[in-house]
Every structure is written in structure tokens, then in C-alpha cells.
Design a protein around this ligand. Structure first.
Ligand code: MG
Length: 387
């Protein structure tokens, strides 16, 4: 597989931002702007190396900033943006098959989706870049007069701009000494085949101090969390073991049901489906369907957790209450938490299992069956990492 190398250009002085330090190192939601892009590249499974180009005086500071990340190198850049990109190309050296993703550090909102699209586009093009269509009317001011500018075909081009390394190297070589507005300009001048992929409002460039507030609101605008509740009851029947939270527990009776009658996991499955407004367990696994006879309830819980992931949510926490006089839950509680966490794909600290009796009252008090209730909170998966 070919190398995919990210180059983050962070050597600018950011004189227009009015901030005390260059904007690419200023905090955005508590994290230096540069690190947002570093993380986005690190989290992408197909990016192998990251090179950050900084001015000589910031090299040590940035080195400390990224010291906890593997595969991230810091190199000194040049006076102009094009010089910094050429410094990165020199540092990388020759590699026939490598692809390079050149990105401005001042664009912190890089998503997985944009990178995926760029990688795909390079299969058919020498170069690719994210771009947004211009929707507003465009006017050019000439003295006191305004003239309309035809916006047909106009695009706002963002970064990362992606290239086959050998192609962009040759293009930059041919233009050595020229200062370019971006790397795509080198590709244009070399008549490379360029693909545009859909850009992203979140990829906005931080230029002025007030842009930070806009970027923060774009990066935090997420869907709210979702809460769900579930409740289930199964009756005792003659037998010698029953299923609770995926464990087989010896008991003087079993629980009656079409599946393995794991009442606790049924309640939890319904809680997740409820949070998604996705119906109930009976809709997804009808008890009239022979297919589900004796089915381990792990199938149902896994299905609900997968539905949540597909909808862009993860289980933030789950709280289960098992209501019965017997069997005793406490000896099994930690194993129940761990099994449940494993199936949900979360840490054990995100799962609570509690037990209570009803003081001899009602059907659970008369030892006719076991009831369970569950509550879950689903939290949206970061739009940054999902894209
Ligand atoms: Mg049930």
C-alpha cells in the first residue's frame, strides 16, 4: 500500500488575526488550533505520517505540543507558504507511490468524510481538493459603483489539497521561486487532472479573531443526547438455570420465554431502541418467528447497539435494575456489568447493574418471575471523527 503523508503548514504569522500569538497555536475549545488537524489526520486509518511545518522560532514549542503523538514530525518552513511546502517535499524525498495531503493549520474542522473523499478522488485524478459552491451573489466594487460578478462555476477551495507526490513535486519544481496562492495553483499550472470533492463549512479558515467564535459553534453544534427506558418481565418455569445479563445462573427455576428469556438484556435492548425511537424488541425479533426460538439475547442487544452506532450514537451509560426475591444478584453483579459492557462495546464503568426486591409484595415478591428495568443515554459521536 502506498504511503499517505499529511503535511500541515503552520509557519504563518497570522498578522490579521489580532491575536497575541499566531492563530494556529491559539486555543480553540481549549485545544491549540494546530492539534485539531493533527488529531484528525491521526484518527484516519489510511494516513501513515504527519509532518508539521513551522517557523524556526516555534519549532521547539510545537515539538512539545505534539510530543505525545507518534508519527508526527516537526520541520522548519520558509518565509512564504510555498517555501514551507517545498521544505516538506524536500524532507519527504522521492517515493513513486506516495500521496500527500497538504493542509492549512488554520482550518481545524477537518472531518473523516473529507479525507475519505480525497483519498477516493486520487484514484482518478492527479490532485483533489475540497470545494464549496459559492451561493451568495458576488459584486465587485469599482469606486462608487458595483458590478455583478457571474458566480457560475465559482468555488471556494479549502484544504487539505491532495496530490500524487511525484506530480506535485514536479509541478512545484517547475515554479520554483514563485509564490502561489495554494498548491492547487501549482497543479493548475502544470495542467494536472484535478478533482473537486464536496467541501465542509466546518473547514472554515480562521483568519480574524471573531472567526474563533464561529468555528467553536460549528465544532460543538451536535445533536442532543437521547435517553431511553426499557422494562420487561419473565415468569419462572420448572428448570435449574436461567439467563441474566448474558450469564447462566444456577437456580431452582428457569425463566420462560421464546428466546433465552434474559429479562435484563431485554429491558436494556428496549431502552436503546427507545432512545432511537426505533420500536421495541418484538418489532425487530418477533416472538412468533421460529428463527428466534432459544436465541441468546446477546443477538438482540448487539443489534440495538449496532443500530445506535449506525445512527451516529454511542452508549454513554446504561443503568439496569433487576427486580426479584431470588436468585441473588450481588455475587454475579461484576460479571454481569463486564459481559454487558463487552457486548455494548463500552467500558465497564459505563454500565451499572443493581438489584432490588419488592419486600414480598406483588408477583416478584411471590417469586412468580423476574422483572427488569433499564435506562440508557446515547451520546452523539463527534461529527469531527464521523465526518
Ligand atoms: Mg422479554
Amino acid at each position: 500500500m502506498s504511503r499517505n503523508i499529511a503535511v500541515i503548514v503552520a509557519a504563518g504569522k497570522g498578522a490579521r488575526s489580532g491575536l497575541s500569538s499566531p492563530k494556529q497555536f491559539a486555543p480553540l475549545l481549549g485545544v491549540p488550533v494546530l492539534l485539531w488537524s493533527v488529531r484528525a489526520f491521526i484518527e484516519h486509518p489510511e494516513i501513515n505520517e504527519i509532518i508539521v511545518v513551522v517557523s524556526a522560532e516555534n519549532r521547539e514549542m510545537v515539538g512539545r505540543m505534539i510530543s505525545k503523538f507518534d508519527n508526527v514530525k516537526v520541520i522548519p518552513g520558509g518565509a512564504e507558504r510555498s517555501d514551507s511546502v517545498r521544505a516538506a517535499l524536500d524532507f519527504i524525498g522521492e517515493d513513486e507511490d506516495a500521496r500527500i495531503f497538504i493542509h492549512d493549520a488554520a482550518r481545524p474542522g477537518l472531518s473523516r468524510r473529507v479525507l475519505d473523499d480525497l483519498i477516493l478522488s486520487l484514484d482518478h485524478h492527479d490532485a483533489a481538493a475540497p470545494a464549496l459552491i459559492v451561493a451568495d451573489a458576488l459584486k465587485r466594487k469599482r469606486g462608487a459603483a458595483l458590478e455583478s460578478v457571474d458566480r457560475d462555476g465559482l468555488h471556494r477551495v479549502q484544504t487539505p489539497q491532495a496530490f500524487h507526490l511525484s506530480a506535485i513535486r514536479a509541478a512545484h519544481e517547475a515554479l520554483r521561486g514563485e509564490n502561489l496562492v495554494d498548491d492547487l495553483e501549482a497543479a493548475q499550472k502544470a495542467s494536472l487532472k484535478i478533482g473537486l470533492v464536496p467541501g465542509d463549512q466546518k473547514l472554515m479558515k480562521l483568519t480574524y479573531a471573531e472567526d474563533f467564535e464561529m468555528a467553536e459553534s460549528l465544532l460543538t453544534s451536535q445533536r442532543p443526547p437521547r435517553i431511553g427506558m426499557g422494562y420487561d418481565v419473565h415468569a419462572f418455569a420448572p428448570g435449574d438455570k436461567l439467563h441474566l445479563c448474558g450469564l447462566e445462573i444456577e437456580h431452582e427455576a428457569t425463566l420462560k420465554g421464546h428466546s433465552d428469556a434474559d429479562v435484563a438484556w431485554h429491558a436494556l435492548t428496549d431502552a436503546i431502541l427507545g432512545a432511537l425511537a426505533g420500536g421495541d424488541i418484538g418489532d425487530h425479533f418477533p416472538p412468533t418467528d421460529e428463527k428466534w426460538r432459544g436465541e441468546p439475547s446477546e443477538t438482540f442487544l448487539k443489534h440495538a447497539a449496532e443500530m445506535a452506532r449506525e445512527a451516529g450514537y454511542m452508549v454513554a451509560n446504561a443503568d439496569l435494575t433487576i427486580i426479584c426475591e431470588a436468585p441473588r444478584i450481588k455475587p454475579h453483579r461484576e460479571a454481569m456489568r463486564q459481559r454487558t459492557a463487552d457486548v455494548l462495546g463500552v467500558r465497564v464503568g459505563q454500565v451499572s447493574v443493581k438489584a432490588t426486591t419488592t419486600e414480598g409484595l406483588g408477583f416478584t415478591g411471590r417469586r412468580e418471575g423476574v422483572a427488569a428495568q433499564a435506562a440508557v443515554v446515547l451520546t452523539p459521536i463527534s461529527t469531527l471523527t464521523r465526518g
